[in-house]
Ligand binder design. Structure first.
Ligand code: NGO
Length: 509
């Protein structure tokens, strides 16, 4: 099944047999294996539709270093080599679906939109030996099994969140994570840009938010923040991987960094000190004060102007120091500001304790699946992004001896990350309310790219598969084998993943 051979002598390439077409994560919707395989060679060209040049360049950039072939880009014409074709009437492929046909002549990827071609390229990448991820010439051969894949996502929202507030991550670190997420067809990157421990985005009208509020992090390190230009660079980089950035400003709680930066935002007018611990629930914006809304308007206006994506996430979780009445008043006043800037409200599911506006999306982060307020809101039209903490929180420890992470939602092995259904987890909520899934990575204990890799892999691909693959394909025994085949790829990519005993990883060289 795994397509790895036992050949170990130096002259024998590590992987000889081409892997089965279904050996992809997330597993494609329809796979028909058969026919002759295709093998890349010195003369392979990449043929692209005019609208597919960007994806073609990206593919060439992925393959050239390891294959060592020139792989020039050519216009469509003969259907030999690699073909990336946009076709308005390719079938029911939608915004993100693709078809991948492998014959003796080549690999043709067809899609209605460039995002579909990009996802098809990720599939092609996984069908090649793991050594394709190396950045120096590798021996090959580079063979893809014959047959056809037709693939469309189950959900349109397949997100990953990175908390850049508890610990700050540089643009380069976030871009590295974006590249890792793209391999699993994640299409939304949620950035948790503010919390008690740090404010991470420059706001011109309130400059101390970033300059002072961003000056530390959990543990007392130097923190940091994104200039507007850096944030825009992240948005562009994500877009080049067909990923949309969802910025979050958490309100009215989780706001100590803002309260410390501007005394007038506090009910008593006194700025508290910066905070570098990990408690939650002690801070609140002053709901009764007019200045609070001048602040919110300015922040949302500047953030909306920087953000081409449809969502602004306004947090709303754990407002333990805000009265229920104040919470409702605040959320009801702030949501129309978001829609006023042409954006869709996204918030943690506590927003259902207020009055979610038409079109609002609640991000469910409970563990029980029985929260009646959220169910009622979903029945009344609020849509859901599913992030049950005991399945999708990438900051939960795998087991008691995991060095990083928290355990308040329980230990979460990769089988737990995979073992739930987004459509039915919240019992009584209509399946049609579910927009998709998201795997949040909170960073109280996470501070480096290696930490991110260790906590996200292998669980992120499990959540990504729940978001992309059809429900009928759900099968742990099949998933763990496909996941095992990803291990050598992560090794080649330099990802320090958790070698879960639940997965039969191939022996390391
Ligand atoms: C909770 C809390 C966060 C923590 C996280 C840690 C939500 C939505 N609010 O999730 O502030 O960082 O748990 O797992």
């Amino acid at each position: 099944m795994v397509g790895l051979t036992a050949g170990t002598t130096a002259a024998v390439p590590r992987e000889v047999a081409a892997r089965p077409l279904a050996q992809v994560v997330p597993v494609p919707a329809v796979v028909r294996q058969g026919g002759a395989p295709y093998t890349f060679g010195e003369g392979t060209v990449i043929r692209v539709s005019p609208g597919a040049v960007g994806v073609g360049r990206y593919l060439a950039g992925l393959l050239r270093p390891s294959m060592g072939y020139p792989l020039p880009l050519r216009p469509l014409g003969r259907r030999d080599g690699i073909v990336l074709a946009l076709s308005g009437h390719a079938g029911d492929l939608g915004d993100e679906g693709y078809r991948l046909d492998v014959t003796k002549q080549g690999v043709a990827i067809t899609a209605e939109r460039p995002a579909g071609l990009f996802h098809g390229v990720q599939t092609l990448r996984q069908l090649l030996p793991a050594a394709v991820e190396e950045r120096t010439p590798q021996p090959g051969p580079w063979t893809v099994s014959g047959g056809t894949i037709t693939d469309v996502p189950r959900y349109s929202y397949r997100g990953a969140m990175l908390d850049v507030s508890r610990h700050f991550f540089t643009v380069a670190e976030v871009e590295r994570y974006i590249d890792q997420l793209a391999l699993y067809k994640i299409d939304y990157l949620h950035l948790h840009l503010s919390d008690d421990q740090g404010w991470r985005i420059a706001i011109s009208s309130w400059p101390r938010l970033a300059a002072y509020g961003g000056s530390t992090e959990v543990g007392g390190g130097p923190g940091g923040y994104y200039t507007k230009a850096q944030y825009e660079q992240l948005v562009r980089y994500a877009a080049s991987r067909y990923m949309t950035v969802v910025p979050e400003i958490d309100m009215p709680a989780h706001t100590n960094a803002a309260l410390a930066s501007y005394g007038p935002l506090n009910c008593d007018g006194v700025a508290p000190p910066l905070y570098t611990g990990t408690n939650v629930g002690f801070s609140s914006l002053c709901v009764a004060k007019a200045v609070t809304y001048r602040f919110v308007v300015d922040v949302l206006r500047e953030l909306a102007a920087l953000t081409p994506g449809p969502y602004l996430h306004i947090g709303g979780d754990e407002a333990h120091s805000t009265s229920a009445a104040d919470y409702t008043a605040f959320m009801d006043r702030v949501q129309p500001l978001v829609t006023g800037y042409g954006k869709t409200v996204l918030a943690w599911h506590e927003i259902t304790n207020a009055h979610p506006v038409q079109g609002a999306v609640a991000q469910y982060w409970g563990t029980a699946g029985t929260e009646q307020g959220v169910v009622a809101a979903a029945k009344a039209g609020t849509r859901l992004v599913m992030s049950p903490a005991n399945h999708t929180y990438l900051d939960m420890k795998y087991n008691p001896s995991t060095k990083l992470g928290l355990s308040w939602a329980g230990y979460t092995e990769v089988k737990d990350a995979y073992g739930w259904d987004p459509a039915t987890f919240l019992r009584g909520a209509p399946a049609s309310a579910v927009l998709g899934v998201e795997a949040p990575l909170w960073s109280e204990t996470i501070s480096t790219s290696d930490d991110i890799g260790y906590m996200a892999f292998p669980r992120l691909p499990a959540v990504a598969e729940l978001g992309w693959s059809p429900a009928v394909s759900h099968d742990w025994d099949a998933f763990r084998l496909r996941l095992a085949a990803q291990g050598p790829r992560w090794d080649a990519l330099g990802i320090d993943y958790y070698r879960s005993a639940q997965v039969p990883w191939p022996a390391q060289e």
